[in-house]
Design a protein around this ligand. Sequence first.
Ligand SMILES: Nc1ncnc2c1ncn2[C@@H]1O[C@H](COP(=O)(O)OP(=O)(O)OP(=O)(O)O)[C@@H](O)[C@H]1O
Length: 804
Amino acid sequence: MEAILKRYFGFSAFRPYQKEVIQAILRGKDCLVVTGTGSGKSLCYQVPPLVVGKTGIVVSPLISLMQDQVMALKQRGIKSEYLGSTQTDSTVQAKAESGQYNILFMTPEKACSLPLSFWSKLKKAGICLFAVDEAHCISEWGHNFRAEYELLDDFRDVLPGLPFVALTATAPEKVRSDIINYLKMKDPQVTIGSFDRTNLFYGVKFFKRPRLFMNELVLDISKYLASGGSTIVYCRTIKAVEQISKSLKEAGISAGIYHAQMDKESRAESHRLFIRDEVQVMVATVAFGMGIDKPNVRQVIHYGCPKSLESYYQESGRCGRDGIASVCWLYYTRSDFAKAELYCGESPTENKRTAIMESLMAAQRYCSIATCRRNFLLGYLGEKSQSEKCGNCDNCIDSKKEHDMSKEAFLLLACIQSCRGKWGLNMPVDILRGSRAKKMMRYDQFDKLPLYGLGREYSSNWWKALASQLISNGYLTENIRDFYRTIGISAKGEKFLNSARQDCQPPLVLPMTSEMTGENEDASALSESGKMDNLATLKSGLSEAEEKLFQLLLEERMKLARSARTAPYAICGDQTVQRIALTRPSTKARLANIDGVNQHLLKMHGDLILEAVKRLSQQVSLSLDGEYREPNKRRPLAPEKFEAWKMWHEHGLSVQKIANFPGRSAPIKETTVSGYIVDAAQEGYEIDWTKFCDEIGFTCQIFSDIQSAVTKVGSAEKLKPIKSELPEEINYAHIKTFLVMQSCGMSPKGLDKKTDKPRTGASSLCWNKWYMTVRTKLHCFMNEHIFSKITHLKNRRDYLNSRK
Ligand SMILES: Nc1ncnc2c1ncn2[C@@H]1O[C@H](COP(=O)(O)OP(=O)(O)OP(=O)(O)O)[C@@H](O)[C@H]1O
């Protein structure tokens, strides 16, 4: 089995679950495989046919997906074809039934329409498995139900005794049992793997205005274009697809588009150009969906919050399938969350409507949380994560500042309580904001509440963002009533309200999310893009020369792919090209040793690759036959540097505290500590650059001063001549920081734009005086009917005002 894996796929080892499943299939056992996107499920049905020399049948929902898989398998020397409405080669069916293919793909419709004679001939020639890919399509509970999948159980009778293999990346319990039942699986081996895609960075950006979305989007996309990576931008509407592709065009970026209203040919052409790296950006609706098997997508951006977290996981999972570090950004505005009624309208049953609402609420929560995004996503998919922080999402890298929000929280909770669980969040927020909408007067005379208008100081998005934090922290609960969401106070929220005393209020410390700090929209956008620059995890870990060689080799691969009329990734994956750039083999034997290099690649293109490696290595002054090291791996670090980095990065100590740490025999200079941390960053250790620069006072101005000094000196080899060109206050740690930031390709943008200042504190709010009174009275009457009590207070305020 291992020999087959190396020969056809070029891999040296199976992933842990793959071997188990393949062995079970070879024993004739039915298997259900549920593992994360891009985890290597396909190999489970690709290897057995090669081991036993019989055909494996694979049912797949999309023709484009089958075409891509056939293309990639052919490049590995595996005989493969597909049967479906777009197959133009009339000989395929006859060749298939005589067992000429190792792997034969077909749509469920095609499978059901093939004559029994086809199946009996093929059985005679030899079939070894019947695989159902994207098996969640079989279940109504799945997010991509396909009625034709339900007919596949007929094949139990047509192909008795054959192992059935169902594969999917998302299958909650209900879907799993549907798959087993519909496919009449007998005592199947169920393999449930991890959903964690560790190479993916997850991040969320909040924007108030679409114009800023657009600027940021263009910026994010251009960053990846330079390094040759592909980007998919998922939009919620066709209109947004058109707008974004127009904006990209205006910025000089050519992008393919894909949506359901395009004709079949245009869609196929768009898909082809993207798969073959002829366009690097695809702007699409989710119609550009399951069929995407392109392993080198480096960035997936969701322009608007998706309908559910399941679909977000699937769609973002099209990123970084080759295991290389890649990013998934989700951009949202508050209005994205107001679409529930629209989605529910498509659905006739109450159960389904509740399911839609719950999914949307989970997606909304994903946007709003201030804790680890990966943990939230995995938790939603039913997987427990190993640690509290993943270190590879925006919230882990750039933890939010925390503030005591007890006064604001008290007001909001009290106001929600006044609404008696009958309303969604809009009503209490409108009350606090003193809305003049008719509904205020029409219902329960909300405009007479003493809380009415007390929260004008904050925007309605701000209050909603606070509500999200209160939901995440268990003070508020959201409930679903048919098409609507209502908001209520939880027991914890009640306890908090009850704890209010006339003279003191227990603190309620909550993180300030970007929606709360980002009232100044420009600052929000810039700080986000600054953060983006600082995501050290996105670096390839290659030296400058190696990176150059990697890019040149990618260009060579592109030429090979064009002449072979195939996609570059089908020749070999980016990770394999990266390994070639790192090891620069001089002989075929060395090339063959590289993970990902299969026999077919060696035979067809081996000489060309070796020639290119020799020529291009010379061009970037790298010697041949280098030693392989894992890119992105941290390099060894002196113990004192590692200790300083650990204290700063992992334990959150300040540079000053580290310098004077009591455990030390004598204090060390703060600049020495900063220097240690920068050295660690240079050796591949992660650091939060924004936080670091802020702490050592490294500003845009200092960056540009050092830049000028380096230009003047003409070299960055020695620090002393650079230092002597600079004012006294710019120290060696600053210079080192500049040099490392430069070598990591980071810009100083965003350094001076920090929004650490909290929004105006509660003390300056116009309602502060009234807050004290309301709180005290609320406490006294908490167990009674709060609404009437607050009204009483309001009257009293009017009375007092009239006496002023
Ligand atoms: N044993 C292995 N060693 C190294 N790479 C592997 C191995 N198995 C699979 N891969 C690579 O992992 C990537 C993803 O594999 P694959 O397309 O089979 O994932 P999948 O689980 O079917 O994903 P999805 O659910 O999204 O369809 C591919 O680039 C594949 O070549």
